[in-house]
Design a protein around this ligand. Structure first.
Ligand SMILES: [Zn+2]
Ligand SMILES: [Zn+2]
Length: 289
């Protein structure tokens, strides 16, 4: 089968690899669609801390597909079933796993990182994935492409829940890439009153405009502050989300918050210069200028 592979400390390749075989407590999945994540690109560029040198993996962790084959001991799944996949498995023993927060497990295993992933025709679902219910049956109405976006969209839902975005809230989103646009769609769906998008890329802002942004802002710095204050009658926004890799965006986001505003630091920042400066009195007293 064709697969996109990566060797830790070495090369990325699209090549022919053997189709995986399964044990009696595993599932073989035929991939319907597989999305490319920023993490895939980061692994190709920088490797991954969980991979030892020379280890080769099939990349990819955002996917859905049809069950091709189930091992004799697998219960609850059958060939032909369409499923979406939760890509990470918790260790089951740590404090986070005990609290049901396997997504925060420090000893997690994951498709496309510690085991072969989905940028391939077939994926082997290990027993840990089968037993933890990581394969979730899908409705027929969902296309493969939509289903392959469940995982990143779930992260967006999780982020906005943590930021307690409510109907009537105003929001500003830094970054109008795929994740920023998902944040826009979800905020609109929740019933946000205003959603303002900030991004240097005009084409991305045009997509944001089509998807319901109240205002799109190409500049940074003062332009953002004045536009947000204009749209919120000087109040600031209830929720600010950074869906980009920028400490400056995070610093600016604090300046834009209304009293009781929430900041969701959604995007990670690469490199060593990852500290943000925080004016504590802006948070405490809301003294802006
Ligand atoms: Zn991802
Ligand atoms: Zn754990």
């Amino acid at each position: 089968m064709i697969a996109a592979t990566y060797v830790q400390g070495g090369a990325f390749a699209v090549e022919d690899v053997p189709r995986p075989s399964i044990w009696r407590d595993e599932i073989l999945l035929r991939v319907g669609a597989s999305s490319i994540c920023g993490t895939d690109v980061r692994i190709i560029r920088n490797g991954h801390r969980k991979l030892r040198a020379g280890r080769k993996i099939v990349l990819g962790h955002e996917f859905a597909g049809t069950i091709e084959e189930t091992g004799a001991e697998v219960i609850g799944y059958r060939p032909g079933l369409r499923v979406g996949i939760v890509p990470n498995m918790g260790c089951g023993r740590c404090d986070m796993c005990a609290r049901g927060l396997a997504n925060l497990c420090p000893d997690y295993t994951a498709f496309g990182i510690t085991m072969d992933g989905c940028h391939a025709e077939y994926v082997r679902l290990l027993a840990s994935a089968v037993q933890q219910g990581n394969a979730i049956p899908l409705p027929d109405s969902l296309s493969w492409i939509e289903a392959s976006l469940i995982e990143p969209f779930s992260c967006v839902v999780n982020g906005q829940r943590a930021a307690r975005l409510m109907p009537g809230d105003s929001a500003v989103i830094f970054g109008a890439g795929p994740i920023g646009l998902m944040h826009l769609l979800l905020a609109r769906h929740t019933g946000a009153s205003e959603v303002i998008l900030v991004d240097p890329d005009e084409r991305r802002l045009a997509s944001g405009r089509k998807l319901g942004a109240s205002a799109v802002i190409p500049e940074s710095g003062d332009g953002v502050l004045s536009t947000v204050m204009e749209w919120t009658a000087g109040r600031g926004v209830d929720v600010a989300i950074t869906a980009c890799s920028s400490c400056e965006a995070a610093e600016l986001a604090v300046d834009l918050l209304a009293p009781l505003g929430r900041l969701c630091l959604f995007g990670g920042v690469p490199g060593d210069d990852v500290r943000m400066r925080l004016n504590v009195n802006k948070v405490h007293y809301r003294i802006w200028w």
